[in-house]
Ligand binder design. Structure first.
Ligand SMILES: [Zn+2]
Length: 486
């Protein structure tokens, strides 16, 4: 039978079938890069087996039990190979922060709790290249400070305690806050970051209005809730407030650091999150594996009553650089000083934190900023303390909490979330390979910026940024993670 197709098309089809045949035979395809022979963990599919991973460009092209061929082959025999960790709560966003994160296995570090003061500037400053991927929410606290004519100083993200944090906003000020947030969202913000505890003057109606704005863009709200501790109003009232705001507006909700916001009430707060989810609400949460918190000493978090709220006193506050424990006089001096000064708050205990970390609803996020060991050590601490030493988390569950769960949370903001946190064909090649026998955090309260150890390879967008445990020079493959407008 004579074909109606032109001969050139038939020739093309013949060529195509030959190349398809070659593809089926695997070994004749040369990938740009092959990660060979590691124990590959993919929490979504349950894969935990020795595999080769073939990477083409910045994408995982194949995951195979056969040996794959590549232009470059890196041997991962004896190593765990998993999706790179995604930190949804990383305040430090400078090159030095990204370096510390890379050694901790983090391939994407996002500022979601509070957000970027100005998202267009945040994105353009990083357009020349970064070590790892980055992104941010729109900063409600900063927009509110601007509406009160007390803008957040350059280089800082939180307003200092004053009228802009402690007074209710007028309808005109709320309009201005919303218009600033809209500009940020149109520039690619991944949602709205609301540090409600840092602006106690915001009443319940204002909070619902901001959730409404996020919902109108189908974007989530990330929030540091209004209050902490057992006093009423405290953690329970504050979790109720944001779950109610999510329910009545439809905005997806992420409650940051449930460990430090709920303290000893965390298991009850987690039951509230579970209950909201069981009734169909999109509510998620996270924790970091340390007993101390850290924040700015001149913020509204230290408005009168903080001792009763957190159940601590001056002596439980320490300066990160020196370890100096504070007295009342020293606290009052630093609280009144406009100069930003971080302070550690020792307000939790290890048993409570360990329970938070093990809860299946809890993903890991660092709340990283320099001065606290969580900046450099959060992720390897999970592997060392919970997987290897306590054996209280399986390797796959730990990897799930640090990669797949945050990627799934990101899907509410951007389709890019569906390509991250996975070792599957079509996924972004953000991959780490580490030695489970030696991986460990090294940062401490007295030495908070020691890099973690044990990451043999770290790949961002298919590019190795750490090889043989050492930083590769002049590689800046990080890409922005931004929302696309719905
Ligand atoms: Zn916070």
């Amino acid at each position: 039978m004579k074909s109606n197709l032109p001969s050139s098309v038939i020739a093309m089809m013949a060529l195509l079938s030959v190349s398809l045949l070659a593809f089926g035979q695997g070994p004749t395809v040369a990938y740009d890069l092959v990660i060979h022979g590691g124990r590959v963990i993919d929490p979504e599919t349950g894969l935990d087996a020795i595999r080769d991973i073939g990477i083409t460009g910045n994408t995982i092209a194949a995951v195979s039990s056969e040996e794959l061929h590549g232009k470059r082959i890196l041997d991962a025999t004896g190593l765990i190979v998993s999706p790179g960790f995604i930190d949804l709560h990383q305040h430090g966003q400078e090159p030095e922060d990204y370096r510390l994160k890379a050694f901790d296995g983090v391939t994407s570090a996002l500022e979601m709790e509070i957000g970027a003061r100005d998202v267009p500037t945040y994105l353009s400053e990083r357009a020349g290249g970064t070590l790892i991927n980055y992104g941010a929410t729109a900063n409600y606290d900063s927009a509110r400070a601007t509406a009160f004519h007390t803008p957040v100083p350059n280089g800082e993200i939180l307003p200092h305690a004053g009228p802009g944090t402690n007074n209710p906003a007028t309808p005109e000020q709320i309009q201005q806050i919303e218009s600033i947030l809209r500009e940020q969202i149109q520039a690619g913000a991944l949602g709205i970051g609301m540090g409600i505890q840092y602006v106690p003057g915001a009443n319940r109606a204002e909070v619902i209005q901001i959730f409404q704005l996020a919902a109108s863009y189908h974007l989530p709200v990330y929030t540091h809730i209004r209050s902490a501790g057992a006093a009423d109003p405290g953690s329970i009232e504050a979790v109720s407030e944001v779950i109610a705001a999510a329910a009545v507006t439809g905005a997806p909700l992420h409650i940051v650091h449930i460990n430090s916001s709920c303290l000893k009430l965390a298991s009850l707060c987690l039951q509230m999150v579970a209950g909201a989810r069981a009734r169909g609400l999109d509510v998620t949460t996270e924790a970091y594996p340390y007993v101390a918190g850290m924040t700015q000493i001149n913020s509204a978090l230290f408005n009168p009553g903080w001792q009763e709220k957190f159940g601590i006193s001056y002596h439980d506050l320490a300066l990160p650089d020196t370890g100096e424990r504070l007295t009342r006089e020293r606290f009052e001096q630093l609280h009144a000083d406009p100069k930003p000064q971080g302070v550690l708050l020792f307000m939790n205990d290890e048993t409570t934190v360990d329970n938070d970390i093990r809860n299946p609803l809890v993903m890991i996020a660092s709340d990283g900023e320099r001065g606290h060991p969580r900046e450099a050590g959060t992720y390897c601490r999970i592997l060392a303390r919970y997987v290897r030493e306590q054996k209280s988390l399986t390797l796959s569950d730990a990897v799930r909490k640090m990669s797949l769960m945050p990627a799934q949370r990101l899907v509410a903001s951007t389709p890019m979330g569906a390509r991250k946190g996975r070792i599957q064909p079509g996924a972004d090649a953000d991959i780490i390979a580490f030695d489970l026998a030696t991986v460990a955090d090294r940062s401490t309260y007295s030495h908070p910026v020691e890099t973690s150890t044990g990451m043999k390879y770290v790949f961002v967008q298919g590019v190795p940024i750490i090889e043989d445990g050492k930083l590769v020079s002049n590689k800046l493959p990080g890409k922005p993670i931004t929302a696309t407008q719905h």
